[in-house]
Design a protein around this ligand. Sequence first.
Ligand code: HPA
Ligand SMILES: [Zn+2]
Length: 333
Amino acid sequence: MSTPVPIPKAELHIHIEGTLEPELAFELAERNGVRLPYATVDELRAAYSFSDLQSFLDLYYALMAVLRTERDFTDLADAYLARATAQGVRHAEIFFDPQAHAVRGVGMDVVVRGLAAALESAEERHGMTTRLILCFLRDRPADEALRTLEEARPYFNVISGVGLDSAEVGNPPEKFREVFATARDAGLHLVAHAGEEGPPAYVWQALDALGVERVDHGVRCMEDEALVERLRSERMPLTVCPFSNVRLRVVDRLEDHPLPRMLQAGLMVTVNSDDPAYFGGYAEDNMRGVRSALGLGEEDVRTLARNSVNAAFIDADRRAALLAEVDAHRFAD
Ligand code: HPA
Ligand SMILES: [Zn+2]
């Protein structure tokens, strides 16, 4: 039996550090002389059982200890590009967390140059276009985020936007109002995680205090009718990550995911992998997962793929070319 061809799509919610597969983590640990507190790949994989966002973040930040040199970041991004290509990703907007590397003395230059070295040939090697989005850690102070933004300024030619991630509850978007205003003045795109574990009020704030162009996750918007109406009427993209929501216990089971209700409500939802090395699958795995668990039809899947292209930070020609690819896709029987 041959594997069906994945639907062409854009991936808009992917943390590059969350693509660090255990095998690569061990390889980099060896190369850099870093000791991991796990003896084997299987032992490490067995630790991927999370009770909430924080329990995941603890492991996610700890494993980053293996990422030290430009080459490490290039290898990490190359591995993602190859996997994403095999999953039908034709355009990827990739988050990175510079503050999580700065704590180990790994500076902005190493991270951005390393990632950019992989991304600059992605189109030639994979036919994939890419963007980089710098995420601020919301559980760190706002003035640190502002300093991080200034450190990134020399790289604004390769950074398309800023985002907001890490521990959500207790760290409302409002805290980063000034940072986002500065990023907007610099011509950067704005996105933020909101309504993953945090309440609908955080989604309102992401819209009104930060002026985001997309909301990452946003699934808890379904608890607030007026918010759903606002998101629907503005056609605000929501980058939903189904496997992530199950693994971080935002929903109990994939079968309980609100995605069908979100589509039904007319929301502009997209399907993404978030941290695929930790959550059990890449973009097409998530797409197939929701399709079978939630009984989505082929045209729902095509709508999700079209939404991803329409929500991407790309020019009109690239958008038209990708929409044509999505429309030409034929589902296997
Ligand atoms: O899903 C997430 N939420 C918040 N922060 C994150 N950092 C990586 N993944 C996530
Ligand atoms: Zn995320």
